[in-house]
Design a protein around this ligand. Sequence first.
Ligand SMILES: Nc1ncnc2c1ncn2[C@@H]1O[C@H](COP(=O)(O)OP(=O)(O)O)[C@@H](O)[C@H]1O
Ligand SMILES: O=C(O)C1=C[C@@H](OP(=O)(O)O)[C@@H](O)[C@H](O)C1
Ligand SMILES: [Mg+2]
Length: 176
Amino acid sequence: MLALSSLFLVGPMGAGKSTLGRMLADLLDKTFVDSDRVIEERAGADIPWIFDLEGEPGFRVREIQVIDELTRQPDLVLATGGGAVVRPENRAALAGRGIVVYLRTSVPTQLARTSKDRNRPLLQKPDPRQILTDLLAAREPHYTAIADLTVDTDHIHPRALAEQIVQYYLEHHENA
Ligand SMILES: Nc1ncnc2c1ncn2[C@@H]1O[C@H](COP(=O)(O)OP(=O)(O)O)[C@@H](O)[C@H]1O
Ligand SMILES: O=C(O)C1=C[C@@H](OP(=O)(O)O)[C@@H](O)[C@H](O)C1
Ligand SMILES: [Mg+2]
């Protein structure tokens, strides 16, 4: 049985972390937080701007600070950014302080779900399919290593997926 009260969602861009996080927080009566939104609020700039001005390294410094703070709070559903797991500080914070759910998603699905919006700077390049393929190869071992639960998101409606995760939480959490 798990005594930890927060749920942390990890997985690649387009996995549905932000979408599902909101639903899960509603279903479990927890507070939803998206680390990307907190980073933007604190910087007073959106993610494309942060990447433009500070590059990915600058964004990662901000992300480490925000994830360290948020993972210490009880009763959250935290949607992380897809690249949070590249930093060992974040992996340690996520793995040690809550229940980690990996939203496993294929590259074609990621591509379909991210192609319309322009707020993911890493994908605003000529070959997003190749970028997503390379990122998943590099990050998948990290997602898997810290996950308490892995769920496939390709062919399932977010609502059904949220119910599946709630079921797991209720079965494994001692205070649920
Ligand atoms: N299981 C799903 N099936 C279909 N579409 C989904 C699913 N999960 C998320 N989406 C859609 O994919 C897009 C990206 O979702 P988002 O929650 O922003 O992903 P992430 O935060 O993991 O990058 C959104 O338009 C969302 O509505
Ligand atoms: O995969 C990544 O490195 C990133 C994913 C994004 O979040 P989502 O996974 O919510 O799209 C956001 O943190 C930033 O654009 C970088
Ligand atoms: Mg997101």
